[in-house]
Design a protein around this ligand. Structure first.
Ligand SMILES: Cc1ncc(COP(=O)(O)O)c(C=O)c1O
Length: 386
């Protein structure tokens, strides 16, 4: 992938419209509770927060992170292994520079969050794809394409943009492959605080790893609010000294007072309340989305199961012009994304639309689906042939 292609990712250009993916529920965020934590973090008693701080992250937040990951994902780690970063994108940038040499191969599932292959490509790595099927990351097919990558990037839980879960068996296969290839595994976690059930997610790869080779990253940018820019990178123990040293070189660590405020927000129970509230709001919107989809979408079209998070995926037939349909939907006020725009090696490998319910109020879900159904059934929809 050419580094120049990276410029297509432009968060500032992301528009909040009906059913837009990648948007957070900022309306429901408890600002008074956050202001209280900020006031404490900026108080005279907390003058130490004006110092540089530990570039690996504020110790109090690293401890809160360990508890948060255990509570929400059953993940077991120690504060020593946690690096506070701005989010998975920054974590990946760091990992791509620290762990790999330019020219080495990293295998990434396709379609994916396009930031992942682009960041890796910008670091001079060769990015190759792994296909997905109903069981998630297709290990045997990926392995047949390239037996010994130096790294494997995977978003096993509620994969963005397909919403698929990589099964427990596939997770074990992936780790066995990584062991044989001596590859690092970068596990990206995206909004996995929100699981609707009744299905229980398999354990994170980090918890299944007996080999000290999984790096686990995620953020609070969707559960808190996106401008927070705080996340975690959980490291295998043997990588801790190297990452601590490299992190200290860069001047891009996270604002110390914001870290202190976040630790307070977690420890006071405010984040658990926020996530419970978010869970309820998203579950209601999901039910409304599926109800509207059943009533309004053209026959034969159905959403993929939505078992968590705020992203939904509507699969379209193999030849459907999803890019043009997404453009027509955006023009109709429903800025959904095409699955094809999340593929980067095999254009059109999966066709469909990526929808989000993070920012669309319950009472406007039906309107969003109605507008989308009109586009799908209209001249710029499924019948279009270019
Ligand atoms: C799988 C995945 N990881 C990471 C991100 C970005 O996370 P952040 O903005 O917290 O760096 C996204 C955004 O869509 C994503 O889909």
């Amino acid at each position: 992938m050419a580094a120049a292609e990276t410029v297509r990712v432009n968060r500032a250009g992301m528009e909040a419209g009906l059913l837009a993916p990648g948007q957070a529920d900022t309306a429901g965020f408890d600002l008074p509770a956050w202001r209280r934590e900020l006031a404490r973090a900026w108080s005279d008693e907390a003058r130490r927060n004006l110092d540089y701080g530990d570039s690996a992250g504020l110790p109090a937040l690293r401890e809160s992170t360990v508890r948060w990951l255990a509570l929400t994902r059953g993940l077991r780690t120690t504060p020593e292994q946690v690096l506070i970063v701005h989010g998975p994108t920054q974590a990946l940038e760091l990992v791509s520079r620290v762990l790999f040499e330019p020219g080495q191969t990293v295998c990434v599932e396709e379609p994916s969050f396009v930031g992942a292959p682009r960041i890796l490509a910008m670091a001079g790595l060769r990015v190759v794809s792994a296909p997905l099927d109903g069981d998630g990351f297709h290990v045997a097919a990926a392995r047949a394409r390239h037996a010994r990558p130096a790294g494997i990037y995977v978003n096993p839980q509620n994969q963005f943009p397909t919403t698929r879960w990589t099964t427990l068996q596939r997770r074990r296969e992936l780790l066995a492959w990584a062991h044989e290839a001596d590859a690092w595994v970068i596990e990206s976690d995206y909004v996995n605080e929100i699981v609707f059930g009744p299905a229980v997610p398999p354990p994170p790869l980090q918890g299944l790893d007996e080999d000290d080779r999984v790096l686990h990253t995620g953020s609070w940018n969707m559960t808190m609010f996106p401008s927070l820019r705080i996340g975690w990178l959980v490291l295998p123990l043997r990588l801790v000294p190297l990452f601590r040293a490299v992190r200290g070189l860069y001047g891009d660590h996270v604002n110390v007072a914001h870290q202190a405020a976040l630790a307070g927000f977690i420890d006071s129970g405010a984040l658990s309340r926020r996530v419970r509230d978010l869970h309820q709001r998203l579950a209601e919107r999901r039910d409304a989305l599926f109800d509207a989809a059943r009533r309004r979408l053209p026959a034969g079209l159905a959403l993929e199961p939505m078992r968590g998070g705020a992203t939904a995926c509507l699969r379209l037939p193999p030849a459907a012009p999803d890019v043009q349909i997404a453009a027509a939907a955006a023009a109709a006020g429903v800025p959904v994304e095409a699955l094809s725009d999340h593929a980067w090696e095999h254009p059109g490998v999966l066709r469909g639309l990526v929808l989000g319910i993070g920012h669309t109020p319950l009472e406007r879900i039906d309107e969003g689906v109605a507008r989308l159904a009109e586009v799908l059934g209209g001249p710029n929809g499924l019948r279009r042939r270019d």
